[in-house]
Design a protein around this ligand. Sequence first.
Ligand SMILES: NC(=O)C1=CN([C@@H]2O[C@H](COP(=O)(O)OP(=O)(O)OC[C@H]3O[C@@H](n4cnc5c(N)ncnc54)[C@H](OP(=O)(O)O)[C@@H]3O)[C@@H](O)[C@H]2O)[C@@H](O)CC1
Length: 199
Amino acid sequence: MSLAIVSLQAYQLSSLVKARPSLLVICGPGNNGGDGLVCARHLKLFAKVIDEAYNLVIDAIFGFSFKGAVREPFGSILDVLKKTTVPIASIDIPSGQTFKDGGNHQFLPVLFPIVSAWIEAGTWSDPGSFSFKGWDVEQGSTDGLQPDMLISLTAPKKSASLFRGRYHFLGGRFVPTALEKKYQLRLPPYPGTDCVLQL
Ligand SMILES: NC(=O)C1=CN([C@@H]2O[C@H](COP(=O)(O)OP(=O)(O)OC[C@H]3O[C@@H](n4cnc5c(N)ncnc54)[C@H](OP(=O)(O)O)[C@@H]3O)[C@@H](O)[C@H]2O)[C@@H](O)CC1
């Protein structure tokens, strides 16, 4: 639900009007794709809003388990998306991004101070400049999609340090206490009953 809500919050209808109303959700084979299907279902519930004219691609192709060289048919799909001028909103990970260590994108405790820093700084102007004791922001390749919007789930992953788009949201408010303690999370407070937070 939060993925659908922030998509509609970030993209005003007036700025996205095109002759043919459309919204494309591209789902990959893993749980990221599953998130995309749920997002599509909720967007459908907002049909009255998106009926007028709406052009946006929801990237739910790969999440944090993506690794290695991209295989077909996904390579061709990503090639098309890299050239499109339609805004792309990526769920959790911009699809196709790889890192120099070849590792996956599972969140790490060291990532969570970033969330606090973003909130405290009140800006997302230069995420690459953030550095914390014992850790520097990863410098990964920019092979993957460069979305206009990123919706991080639970906490931003490594790839969030490469994000240069306009909108970054955090979703997944209800983290089990045990998980929060295990990874020493410092998650930001969500206002009221909101389930998403713009970083
Ligand atoms: N708290 C959170 O953060 C939560 C996160 N959640 C969500 O789950 C997502 C992670 O889901 P996930 O683990 O299922 O992995 P994901 O990347 O969607 O798919 C893997 C698939 O991609 C394939 N594949 C891999 N590399 C490939 C390549 N080069 N070229 C082609 N294919 C490739 C791989 O195939 P395989 O290599 O195994 O054959 C497999 O089929 C996460 O990002 C978030 O969206 C929530 O649901 C829960 C809370």
